[in-house]
Design a protein around this ligand. Structure first.
Ligand code: MSP
Length: 493
């Protein structure tokens, strides 16, 4: 059986990770956790793109060998992601032997089929983007230099028609539509063969071309291959996972939408299932990036809004595909309004009432609640569950999932308010209402646990469960609450 597979891009370890890296990785983590919750198998890969000039330069600038440098950065990235409770299945490192083996295998497949040939190249080259420019730059800089060298080419031009057909036949291949159209635009402009190796004296930190010690494989061919090497390619069993879907940022669309599919067609391997293209987190008008050094320090935000506050903000604060600003004010607004005022507060109020009226323990016997508003609330929880299940199949629906979570919490608050649950005089009636609402709260918590795993743990523990699991979804509440009153998302004034 094929296991659903979702990857993040692999990150350049040329400086410390930031919120842009966290975002792709978080989307896949939420998907992985949702899959796990519903016992759907899943495969989540992320990691580092360790070769290339930029990485070698960063290592040299710090006085390290490239390998020492990437070993240290790999640890830094792992710790960074672990802090946000990211749980991948496979940590990619392009310096791994098995990855190199896979790159050699795909290279040989392309060469044997006649899609790689030797030639010469000269042109304007951007060091920071590790790519040749298509046009002469307006002005020269240390970053943009003229180059001439012997190299291998990949016959991209041979795939123009096949890719056009593939795109026409697969209108949902790239999400969102505007990025699909952008990919079509690349195809309409026409495809030129591209350089897939560099002379060793230009680039030493990379994987050698098989049987040509003078040439090093271009970093994008190396990097893109991670999506199949992480699945075990060239071992046949790689098709337990492949083809998969890719989550990535809009700046690397062309590599994923054109180069990678062409390489796969050339090697006669299956195409990816889908590309999910997200926008950028901005600081002011500028993309947050290591080169600009404009990343917002996350540690302090985590201290104030907690890991789950940041996770929630990254999902809620941007529509997948759009750009959005990453600023403390915005984090604060969303965390306070959705999580502190609505989610955390209703829990506290219910716990407080149970404590006050029933000494922390609801009576065992009472009638169940039946009224229109209660039915609507139950329906809403079903809608939330359906949205999680849909998200597992269609990760591009992540925002809808978060929206429906919020709607559910709003409805729960409204019920509490409209029915003045705190003032119900008949005790049995009040107990029944509280039981009903707390059960709804439990269900919402289980369903939002992929986005807020730590919070869900805390809540479930208070409700008497030792784990967050769907098996507790329909079980009766213990009704013996710990007389603890947690501030789930304390407000920062
Ligand atoms: N190594 C290549 C990717 C190879 S994938 C086969 C690379 N690395 S990167 O570290 O520069 O960027 C990795 C990803 O981070 C990209 O998808 C990029 O869009 C994303 N982000 C980097 N900064 C970002 C923001 N400020 N906002 C959102 N994502 C951005 O490119």
């Amino acid at each position: 059986m094929k296991i659903p597979y979702l990857s993040t891009p692999i990150y350049y370890p040329n400086s410390m990770p930031h919120v842009g890296h966290l975002y792709s990785t978080l989307i896949v983590d939420v998907w992985k956790r949702a899959s796990k919750l519903f016992e759907v198998p899943s495969y989540f890969t992320t990691g580092l793109d360790e070769h290339g000039q930029k990485v070698a330069q960063a290592a040299a600038a710090n006085g390290y060998s490239p390998l020492e440098h990437v070993n240290a950065l790999s640890q830094d990235f792992i710790e960074f992601f672990q802090k946000y409770n990211i749980e991948w299945d496979f940590w990619v490192r392009t310096t791994r032997r098995d990855h190199e083996h896979a790159v050699h295998a795909i290279w040989k497949a392309l060469k044997d089929r006649g899609y790689i040939y030797k030639g010469n190249y000269s042109g304007w080259y951007s060091i920071s983007d590790e790519t040749y420019l298509t046009q002469k730059p307006e002005q020269e800089s240390d970053n943009i230099v003229w180059r001439e060298e012997e190299c291998y080419y990949f016959k991209l031009s041979a795939f123009e028609d096949r890719l056009k057909k593939f795109y026409r036949d697969n209108p949902h291949f790239v999400y969102p539509k505007k990025r699909y159209n952008e990919a079509m635009g690349f195809l309409r402009q026409g495809l030129k063969d591209f350089v897939v190796s560099r002379p060793r004296d230009r680039l030493h930190w990379g994987i050698q071309v098989p049987d040509d010690p003078q040439q090093i494989i271009y970093v994008w061919v190396d990097a893109l291959t991670n999506y199949i090497s992480a699945a075990g390619y060239p071992n046949k069993s790689y098709d337990n996972y492949w083809p998969g879907k890719h989550v990535l940022g809009k700046d690397i669309l062309k590599f994923h939408a054109i180069y990678w599919p062409a390489m796969l067609l050339a090697a006669d391997l299956p195409m990816p299932e889908q590309l999910l293209i997200h926008g950028w987190w901005l600081n002011g008008d500028a993309k947050i990036s290591k080169s600009l050094g404009n990343a917002v320090p996350l540690d302090e935000l985590v201290r104030k809004y907690q890991v789950d506050g940041i996770r929630y903000f990254l999902i809620r604060g941007i529509e997948l595909g759009d750009d959005g600003e990453f600023r403390e004010e915005l984090v604060k607004t969303i965390v306070h309004s959705d999580l502190a005022n609505k989610y955390g507060n209703i829990f506290l109020r219910m716990l407080g009432l149970i404590e006050l009226q029933f000494g922390g323990k609801l009576p065992d016997e009472f009638n169940s609640i039946r009224n229109k508003e209660a039915e609507a609330l139950k329906k809403q929880v079903e809608k939330l569950q359906a949205s999680v299940e849909k998200f597992i199949q269609h990760p591009e629906t992540i925002n809808r999932y978060a929206d429906i979570f919020l709607q559910s919490i709003v409805m729960l608050n409204d019920y509490f308010q409209n029915n003045k649950v705190w003032g119900i005089e008949q005790k049995e009636q009040q107990a029944a209402s509280l039981y009903f609402l707390m059960d709804i709260f439990k269900k919402i918590t289980i369903l939002v646990s992929p986005i807020m795993p730590e919070t869900a743990q805390v809540v479930m523990k208070i409700l008497g469960y030792n784990e967050v699991h769907m098996k507790h979804f329909d079980t009766r509440l213990t009704r013996s609450f710990i007389s603890e009153r947690p501030m789930l998302f304390p407000k920062i004034s």
